[in-house]
Design a binder for this molecule. Structure first.
Ligand code: AMP
Length: 144
């Protein structure tokens, strides 16, 4: 299965982004409103400069307390982004996420973001693929 199929099955266009220099509180509000676990940091909405996940915020909250909410996201975000392409294999993406201990990956095309997939999206798509394979095998065994 390819990343493209997962993006299509999500059926949600666009990626939630925040601009560099935004406050942590604003990013947290966006995560909460959209019920998502990470936002891409980007000045134009398509060129990623980094990623900020709920983990980055919680880590700083635990370390410094609520005052971190007034800080800028720039010092909390991860700038060395691991991304993937539409044609990449979902298994490879899952391995990269598992090995790298992160759960989100932007999908890039010519340096521009065309989507974002989470580990949940990949696992869901893989489970449905496995179910289809199982149903097909059962059908063959039963002869229909
Ligand atoms: P997550 O599991 O996605 O909530 O993120 C765990 C940590 O990995 C956080 O510090 C994120 O900023 C970072 N992170 C998330 N996604 C990526 C990615 N695609 N590339 C690099 N770092 C990431």
């Amino acid at each position: 299965m390819k990343v493209d199929q997962i993006l299509n099955s999500k059926g949600v266009a666009g990626v939630a982004t925040v601009k560099p220099g935004s406050k942590v509180a604003d990013a947290a509000r966006l995560l909460s409103e959209k019920k998502i676990g990470a936002v891409i940091v980007s000045s134009d909405g398509v060129t990623p400069a980094g990623i900020l996940s709920e983990r980055d915020i919680v880590r700083d909250l635990g370390r410094r307390g609520a005052e971190c909410m007034e800080d800028k996201i720039d010092s909390l975000m991860t700038v060395n982004l691991v991304s993937c392409a539409r044609g990449d294999d979902a298994e490879l993406v899952l391995t990269q996420m598992t090995d790298g201990r992160f759960r989100h990956m932007p999908v890039l095309e010519d340096g521009k973001m065309v989507g974002l997939i989470s580990i949940g999206d990949v696992v869901k798509a893989r489970l449905s693929e496995l179910k289809m394979e199982r149903d097909a095998l059962e059908g063959m065994v039963r002869g229909h």
